[in-house]
Design a binder for this molecule. Structure first.
Ligand SMILES: [Fe+2]
Length: 187
């Protein structure tokens, strides 16, 4: 038996394909009219743009967040996802260790270059890090190699980072900060 009494919870969900494609279309709309988000972000990324996803995308993210919080009757729980941005990452782009604002944050992987994960164990992968490096204790969770449609939700303060990749194509991810009002999380 393995007990895991300490540490943050990370939710992993999956966008259904029709919602992933909608978010991909929203991402390309952001490329036209989203506006530069790099001023509030730390990533070394080709394009970082504000995005205003469609209602069906937000419903999906809100549903996963309520699932994560353990509050499926979430009408009493106000969720505010803002800001939301899209990262169009190309070869050589990377994300240093950072955390977010809000209460929780999400990242949805909309597109992933073919073969990126074959380059090296960490290429394009995300890592979460928490706590001290001690014998018998895990302080790094990763490399996590998200596939198209994967969604992760985590506490805003949880540090994470992304290694660069060399493959052609774009790694498109949409992230946002989630404020929770009116109800405490159940954990
Ligand atoms: Fe981040």
């Amino acid at each position: 038996m393995i007990l895991s009494p300490f540490g943050p919870y990370i939710y992993k969900g999956k966008l259904i394909e029709v919602v992933r494609k909608q978010l991909l279309a929203d991402a390309f709309d952001a490329a036209v009219e989203g506006g530069d988000a790099s001023g509030i972000l730390v990533g070394e990324v080709e394009d970082q743009l504000f995005i205003y996803p469609s209602d069906e995308v937000l419903r999906s993210i809100h549903g996963m967040t309520r699932d994560y919080l353990g509050k499926v009757n979430g009408d009493r729980c106000m969720l505010d996802c803002e800001p939301i941005w899209v990262n169009f990452s190309v070869a050589g782009d990377w994300q240093p260790v950072h955390s977010h604002d809000g209460d929780f944050s999400f990242v949805a992987f909309v597109d992933v270059p073919d073969g990126m994960y074959d380059e090296s164990p960490a290429a394009g992968a995300i890592h979460f890090t928490y706590g001290e490096k001690l014998p018998g204790s895990r302080s790094v969770y990763g490399p996590i190699k998200p596939e198209k449609g994967d969604v992760f939700i985590f506490p805003n303060w949880l540090n994470h980072y992304v290694y660069p990749f060399k493959s052609s194509g774009q790694r498109i991810s949409v992230s946002g900060n989630i404020s929770v009002k009116g109800m405490e999380a159940s954990f």
